[in-house]
Design a protein around this ligand. Structure first.
Ligand code: 5RP
Length: 223
């Protein structure tokens, strides 16, 4: 199977997984990226069985609306029954690196609100130790150089992501060469740097369930 076919398989599995949890009042949190896009396309097939969605990016909001799926402002909803999103890396504890698509801050906010976080990923995203994928850090533009220097002190090698402005008007530093053996500690330490909006480690709030696509089929993993 190609990587796209594996992404499609987990996206379909996610719709099957969440469908029994939905009713006409349910609001679904929707992530960002190519795997999330497949999820949106399958979600459209059951759009009559829930109220609407909250999106973690403008791009996902546009795709949802194109399918005729209502998209709500997060401030106008009380709760999200579930949040479904992809990842750049996951370890066996379902701690994640996210933000390859620069949507990490809104993704982290939506994940924080959701009752359940379902991560969908093809098998290439599975690692024992996080950090081979450069860790995205969203930064207030005027703090970029300061934050970069602080990230070097933490042992990383930050690279400014060219031509990238987040939905929040900020920039991204991708931190290379960090073996993240204690993800909660690293997530907390980076978030302490003045000028950081947030970083792409989802360790304090990891996924609850991982649907991972392998050649043998979709596996369900719980931390
Ligand atoms: C976007 C993300 C994505 O979930 C992550 O980059 C995975 O993307 P894809 O599904 O395209 O492999 O965190 O900010």
């Amino acid at each position: 199977m190609t990587q796209d076919e594996l992404k499609q398989a987990v996206a379909k599995a996610a719709v099957d997984y969440i469908q029994p949890k939905l009713d006409s009042d349910s609001i679904v949190g929707v992530g960002t990226g190519s795997t999330a896009n497949f999820f949106i396309d399958y979600l459209a097939e059951i759009k009559g069985s829930f109220d609407g969605t909250v999106a973690s990016s403008e791009a996902s909001a546009e795709r949802l609306k194109a399918h005729g799926i209502p998209v709500y402002d997060l401030n106008s909803v009380d709760s999200l029954v579930v949040y479904v999103d992809g990842a750049d890396e996951t370890n066996p504890a379902l701690e994640l690196i996210k933000g390859g698509g620069a949507a990490l801050t809104r993704e982290k906010i939506v994940a924080a609100v959701a009752d359940e976080f379902v991560c969908i990923a093809d098998g290439s995203k599975w690692v024992d130790v996080l950090g081979n994928f450069p860790l995205p850090v969203e930064v207030i533009p005027m703090a970029r150089s300061h934050v970069a220097r602080e990230l070097v002190k933490l042992g990383g090698d930050p690279v400014y992501r060219q031509d990238c402005v987040t939905d929040n008007g900020n920039v991204i530093l991708d931190v290379h060469n960090m073996a993240i053996t204690n993800p909660v500690e690293t997530e907390t330490a980076i978030n302490q740097i003045v000028g950081v909006v947030t970083n792409g480690l989802f360790a304090s709030r990891p996924a609850d369930v991982l649907l991972i696509g392998r050649e043998t089929g979709v596996e369900t993993v719980r931390a």
